[in-house]
Design a protein. Sequence first.
Lengths: 255, 255
Amino acid sequence: MPLILVTNDDGISSAGIKALSKALGSLGDVYIVAPETEQSAVAHALTLHRPLKSARTGKNKFSINGTPTDCVIIGVNKLLPRKPDILVSGINHGGNLGDDVTYSGTVAAAMEGTLLGIPSIAISLAIDPQSNGGLNIKPARFRQAADIAVEYAGIVFKKGLPKDTLLNINVPDILKIKGVKFTKQGKRVYDSSIQELSDPRGKKHYWIGGGMPIWEPGEETDFEAVNNGSVSVTPVHLDMTNYKALKFIKNNWKV
Amino acid sequence: MPLILVTNDDGISSAGIKALSKALGSLGDVYIVAPETEQSAVAHALTLHRPLKSARTGKNKFSINGTPTDCVIIGVNKLLPRKPDILVSGINHGGNLGDDVTYSGTVAAAMEGTLLGIPSIAISLAIDPQSNGGLNIKPARFRQAADIAVEYAGIVFKKGLPKDTLLNINVPDILKIKGVKFTKQGKRVYDSSIQELSDPRGKKHYWIGGGMPIWEPGEETDFEAVNNGSVSVTPVHLDMTNYKALKFIKNNWKV
């Protein structure tokens, strides 16, 4: 039986990880190692300044008081019986599209899996960011996304993944999905939304976030696919070198 | 006068940011907006679950109780008189080489600058990871790295940077630097070092880190350059799409 590591960034109790781990049970032995609490937007953060503890919360199920990346490292090295055959991270409550993949804890867990040589998939349900964190998502939508994760995990088992590359899958939060598009990373029109408030003692403070993202129009992007009702599948590369730029500066920057 | 935003992940009191901001004063008006405390390995994390506060700690100098990415967002949107002409993040106490750029708070600050449309540079002094966090680095080494930051900030002012691309500069911690190499991101042989200890009550816990990184041999990588005594300059792309893989799966994965 294949060994499957499931993790996420919304925390071990979230609806998304429950639907995902249940569905993946049809493919192999599922181990869940996930953060004790919500870790959205923690990106690829590692906890180096304090020790980490794990708690067994069920059969083959562990929570860790750290980030998604911590969960992958501790899970693979200390909690699983052997190196897993695949890692699936999600189902995130919210899309991970465009440049936002660099903030995502869900995608970061799949990055860590990839670094460890494990074929890795991140899967997100692209709910409306204004919908109260997705508390009102219909369970059927998570089941639908989980079935897509199972399908792509099956494909990855059969075909493998290119070197240093993970799959970033985003599923639209609609009943009738149109199809699947293989896409590139889209680009957000950057609009940092910051709320400035005063605390009860009159001291100013800032909250990041809350705005509605606007996307640059672009053919075959992840955002375009999801916005048009299709599943988006993007191969994300851990080698971030801009090779064109490298060639250009080698030839044009005399130093 | 150009407006220069300086930040880092080691915190506003670190030796690296002091040397950097002092040296950049020769090029323009320097504003420092940096984390109150050390934020190593926080990657591109954003603080969304609590408000952020800023404190003015000197002329054009602000600390924020958050991550490097938080500092860039709040700095650009709320603290600086206008959008800066360049962002320089560092000087990091330790190298940011190969896949480790995905964990780095220093590089993440330059990512955030790039997303905001600001030409951005990350600069790190590649000290021995076993050297106690660089507490014993000679100040002259930081001054040497700061001079290199000034040189490349000058080049970027004159020539600009390619779209969605930051410069990741690593400076070897030696007296006589051999030269400068334009490099690609290297690859680490992944070896998660985890220490398993027991607390005073016998409960097991884990510490991540402490191992010595081993690098895959590779021509023209950042690691190779620094290891051979040269400065490494890598253009890092925020578009992480693996275009070759995208073409391949479009043609070969029937869905």
